[in-house]
Design a protein around this ligand. Structure first.
Ligand code: ZN
Length: 443
């Protein structure tokens, strides 16, 4: 099925003014990463994954792109380059040429470096019967990113474009500028003419119309180079050997965190985002662990759901706050996994369907196992940090090394007798233990 997609569109028409100071007279797609221009990386990767034809929409300095790409044959595919006389947003020129595109195609922006398995995203697109699939990832700069909100099935329910209102918090799931598109889903815009933008105009309207618009979340490498600082980051990632299909798809160790009392101030049963408060040092600890190569995942028991004391909407609002506050510090999580269950009945307003003995309430390891499957986590070399004995017991059952922090409950709950591998003051000290141990292990 995935082999149905053999066409890729590269949007190379943006003026690239933000990068102009760095690259002089080069259009963004010709900026070099390592020894090759970005567009060459994109074309070679596409050809290696079964893409046979490429349409490039070029504007600013189009002649240089034409001279470099030619008919595409030197990259193993057939290229056609359409020059936009005036920039019509990310989608305008594509819409004018809609009839020349096949039934499904991939779209990516000319200023992204990626190591994404295109067959996998195509498979997800067809498997869901999607009209539009957008690759999405958490980012270290959610405050200035276009963000996607999804339901439990990854269907996009709303889109929040920049700039974001100062008084709101959003989940950290950024549009990554790589789409799979069913051509006919764009038909309503084909005759409108003028400027059209995927993220500002088309995607929100598709969502409102009830089209099947999905986020495709994966931990694979994809980054834009829209500013000099981000270009620098991509260059250093390349130099460090971080960009490549093998690297992108490798299983990695993770650090798992409990939420209340570990990442955030323990406040009894937290029910509203107003009461949420990150512990000092949480952001820098996460940044340091990510730099060391760990995935970062929260595993949290939320029996307030089963007891009817908080709704899914309340919990989602609290997690918006968590991710937003971390984002302000440049930190982000790969996932937040919630057990909504509670085994004992007898609470007024409780929800009987959640009043069960489940396999995910810590110290059970169901949440851990789901995260490992979703996020390509290698349990070997992974850690658990928590403030309760149930976190430590979960770590033992999952085969993880464990650290008990002296914040929150500080292990005083005493439910399980499992000894942690380390006891430290707080999350910052816990990160220190892990980083030191990694040095010892790899050193
Ligand atoms: Zn559960």
């Amino acid at each position: 099925m995935a082999d149905k997609i053999h066409h890729m569109v590269i949007l190379a028409g943006g003026v690239g003014s933000r990068l102009a100071s760095l690259n002089g007279n080069l259009p963004k797609p010709l900026v070099r990463i390592g020894e090759k221009p970005v567009i060459q990386h994109q074309l070679e990767l596409a050809a290696a994954q079964g893409i046979r034809e490429v349409t490039i929409f070029a504007g600013h300095l189009a002649e240089k792109i034409i001279a470099f790409v030619g008919d595409g044959s030197k990259f193993g595919l057939k290229a056609r380059i359409i020059v936009e006389k005036e920039f019509l947003g990310t989608a305008g020129a594509l819409l004018q040429n809609l009839d020349s595109l096949p039934e499904h195609f991939i779209v990516l922006y000319g200023d992204i470096m990626h190591a994404v398995n295109l067959r996998d995203i195509a498979r997800a697109h067809f498997g869901r019967g999607a009209d539009f699939t957008a690759m999405a990832q958490p980012t270290d700069h959610p405050q200035d990113s276009d963000l996607l909100e999804t339901d439990g099935e990854s269907r996009i329910t709303s889109i929040h474009t920049c700039p974001h209102p100062a008084d709101r918090a959003f989940r950290n799931l950024a549009n990554a500028a790589l789409y799979v598109v069913r051509r006919e889903a764009l038909r309503p815009w084909a005759t409108l003419g003028g400027k059209q933008d995927f993220i500002k105009d088309i995607m929100p309207e598709l969502v409102v119309r009830g089209s099947r618009v999905f986020a495709y979340r994966s931990g694979e490498y994809i980054k834009d180079m829209g500013t000099p600082a981000r270009l620098k980051k991509v260059e250093s990632d390349w130099a460090a050997g971080k960009i490549g299909m093998e690297k992108s798809r490798r299983f990695r160790a993770a650090v798992f965190f409990d939420r209340d009392g570990t990442l955030s101030v323990e406040k009894g049963f937290l029910r509203t985002p107003e009461d949420f408060e990150l512990l000092p040092g949480a952001g820098p600890a996460l940044i340091a662990l990510r730099r060391a190569g760990f995935r970062l995942v929260v595993l949290t028991n939320q029996p307030v759901l089963a007891r009817g004391e908080a709704s899914e909407t309340d919990i989602a609002a609290i997690h918006c706050r968590l991710e937003w506050d971390l984002g302000k510090e440049g930190a982000y999580l790969d996932g937040i996994y919630v057990c909504p269950h509670h085994p004992d009945p007898g609470f007024p307003g409780e929800r009987s369907e959640l009043k069960i003995s489940c396999d995910c309430r810590k110290p059970a390891i169901g949440l851990f196992e789901r995260a490992c499957r979703d996020l390509r986590i290698d349990p070997a070399g992974s850690w658990m940090i928590g403030d309760q004995t149930r976190d430590i017991e979960m770590a033992r059952r999952a085969g993880l090394r464990s650290i008990l922090v002296q914040t929150g409950e500080a292990g005083r709950d005493g439910r399980y007798k499992t000894a942690p591998d380390y006891i430290v003051g707080d999350i910052a000290a816990a990160a220190g233990v892990i980083l030191q141990s990694k040095e010892v292990r790899t050193g």
